[in-house]
Write a protein that binds this ligand. Structure first.
Ligand code: HEC
Length: 102
């Protein structure tokens, strides 16, 4: 229940707050090298099967990254890059990719 409450609180902060609520884009950038291999250094993927991340909503990316990490959304390519991310890493990565292309 605590987890759920926290999740709802976080979701409401991300939805209601400014676009980059919670995340530190600079910290996210420093963790993004591994992501760039598949999603492109500027968050624009060169591979048809890989989604672009630049400008994507931070709240949406936070939810997807947690789902991949926690095994609720399964894609073999996204399992390894997310399995050791903390909630803070995820907030920061989402803030970073969300800030690109603006
Ligand atoms: C080995 C290639 C690879 C790496 C490395 C990788 N991704 Fe992905 N990522 C993918 C693929 C492929 C998908 C599409 C998954 C699917 O179809 O469900 C995806 C999906 C996503 C999504 C969901 C996009 C959407 O529109 O739903 C996000 C967010 C994401 N990746 C972020 C990241 C971040 C952040 C990192 C670095 C920590 C990362 N990815 C590393 C290949 C990769």
């Amino acid at each position: 229940m605590k987890k759920l409450t926290y999740g709802l609180l976080l979701a409401s902060v991300l939805v209601a707050g400014p676009a980059l609520a919670g995340g530190d884009a600079a910290a996210g950038k420093s963790k993004s090298a591994v992501c760039a291999a598949c999603h492109g250094p500027d968050g624009m993927s060169k591979v048809d099967a890989n989604p672009n991340l630049a400008g994507q909503k931070a709240g949406y990316m936070v939810a997807q990254l947690k789902a991949f990490r926690d095994g609720k959304r399964v894609n073999p390519l996204m399992t390894a890059p997310t399995k050791n991310l903390t909630d803070e890493d995820i907030d920061n990565l989402a803030a970073y990719f969300s800030s690109l292309g603006k």
